[in-house]
Design a protein around this ligand. Sequence first.
Ligand SMILES: Cc1cc2nc3c(=O)[nH]c(=O)nc-3n(C[C@H](O)[C@H](O)[C@H](O)COP(=O)(O)OP(=O)(O)OC[C@H]3O[C@@H](n4cnc5c(N)ncnc54)[C@H](O)[C@@H]3O)c2cc1C
Length: 425
Amino acid sequence: MNKAKINIIGAGLAGSEAANFLANKGYEVHLYEKRPVAKSPAHHTDLFGELVCSNSLKNKKLDNACGLLKEEIRHLGSLMMEAADKSAVPGGDSLAVDRTVFAEYITSKIKNKKNIIIHYEDVNELKDGYTIIATGPLSDSNILNIIANITGEKSFGFYDASAPIIEKSSIDFSKVFMKSRYNQGDDSYIDCPMNKEEYLNFYNELINAKKADLHSFDTDYFEGCLPIEVIASRGVDTLRYGPLKPKGLEHNGEEFYAVVQLRQDDFAGNLYNLVGFQTNLTYGEQKRVFSLIPGLENAKYYRYGLMHRNSYIYAPKVLDDYLRLKNNKNVFIAGQLSGVEGYVESAATGLLVAYYLDAIIQEKPIKTLSFYSILGALVRYITHTGINNFSPMNANFGIVYKGTKDPKDVVIARALKAIDDFKNQ
Ligand SMILES: Cc1cc2nc3c(=O)[nH]c(=O)nc-3n(C[C@H](O)[C@H](O)[C@H](O)COP(=O)(O)OP(=O)(O)OC[C@H]3O[C@@H](n4cnc5c(N)ncnc54)[C@H](O)[C@@H]3O)c2cc1C
């Protein structure tokens, strides 16, 4: 066994990836997790690797940037992808998972590793030695202050919300149908069709509904994941070009004015989440306004949507190419806190940091991951972008070197080769 000791703070998506990789390399890993000792504002369980909102890891196809990123981390030995394969539920082109089975798989994998020592502790001071901080977007002021004290830079934040989950048995199936958009592989989505009158009624109630107090003056949102009521507030038709888009959801020759989709959320198929319905409406208003959707008049809520501040650090200024703090080379930042956005992106940086840390401890010459790959490009982006108005980034071909110039098959092959070369260096 390699005797070097590594601290990882946070057993979320990034922390679990890093712990799994480093434990497999023989390190003594001290994994600190605050749940259940302290509460998290968005997690609902004490499991490691919990998905706090959607049960989708986004598109599966390689010509989609997040699909390619998933394949890249599969090549790198990702625990998240292993868990996703064990917990997949039907989701058309999306890789949807049963969130409980997914997180239970990660938890048991971590707990069964003898060289991972788990500490249930709400960490509020820096540990000695190599440390990966992977406390996520909901990191509290203690963690943010630890980083600020090292870097001299304050962190930033934006608002992100989660969508409600509904019990299937409470849906009126005489008004809905099953179909995946453009018949993608399976008919796994529940579709609630709306005519113009129903849509306008729903829209008007939505934009005037009561929102929960954000306890802050700051309402910066992440454009890639806007609350449904914020999308609606931008114009009467914005929802029909976004989450309520009717295209590809014609049924029995009929076209609809708008369609609300629900995606299977658990293995058993008892729970469905409202796709794109992340929201900050009060619980009472969610029940009232969403009951205007045909089929959901008497819906029973397993979980309501909610909204939270997401914190992230000033990555281009404070992180080096290996996601280390420039002012303390023992401290690495992984996950959403580092300035990436999304489940897969967060897990991916956890895995990459673990590769880098292993090479650093072994005193192996380390090449950074090429930005021909999505993961290399993401890290390159957050560590090198122009430092004014830095905001988080998710997987997309626009940041990949020649990612939008060359044909997709070339971009994909080049990305996976870059990953394999990195792994085998
Ligand atoms: C409300 C909300 C909804 C989101 N919805 C989506 C979505 O639908 N799709 C998507 O792709 N992304 C979504 N995200 C963004 C992001 O992908 C997830 O938050 C993801 O879980 C981030 O992974 P992570 O490993 O960085 O952090 P997390 O998975 O949050 O893990 C951090 C871990 O650290 C622990 N921790 C925190 N502080 C301490 C401490 N001081 N001591 C010890 N342990 C600590 C936490 O309990 C947690 O287990 C959402 C984020 C939020 C906040």
